[in-house]
Ligand binder design. Sequence first.
Ligand SMILES: [Zn+2]
Length: 214
Amino acid sequence: MAKLYFIYGPMSSSKSAQLLMNAYSFEERGIPFLCIKPSIDNRDGDGVISSRAGMSRECVSIDTDIDVFEFMKNYIDKVSFAGLDKPKWVLVDESQFLTSKQVYELSDVVDYLDINVICYGLRTDFLCRMFDGSKTLMEIADDINELKVSCKCGRKAVVNARIDSDGNVVVDGDRIVIGGNDMYMSVCRKCYKEMAAKANGNCDRNEYVELDVN
Ligand SMILES: [Zn+2]
């Protein structure tokens, strides 16, 4: 029976690397699969998934207005016309950028097309607010796993802090700013509070900075 999996973790927790290793292992064993990624993340160019370790592979780029269930049905028709088996697995990179509706569509891919779907993504944005795609995955996924990474202080990193060119944490701005390694830092909640307090000029008091959650 197919399942919907959500594997989440902060930046630099090897999510894309794990996805690519899964893809490689399916390929090696001749198991049909498909890699997809929301088109909003075009850091590596449209239609490419890549990891910091240097691996990369082509994928299907999905716009936010695409019905993923309809897309998969058409894809299956296409591959079966070509005499190939339908995918047994769909691997989704950067799944936080899926819309909530698309996550439900992926759950239909699992339930009605009997295809396993593994979504990799961030839990929250740079102000600790849950992404829509991740929230819906948390709500309806069959199986949820966390990839852990340590903060520089040794605690578990849970915040994807956005960093400006001077190395200071950014506490306001657009929710989605696609950037490279130097633009985000995975830190623990405590270090984040201290960095945010410092950015607001309260470095002596280590004051907790209230997050704008609206
Ligand atoms: Zn820390």
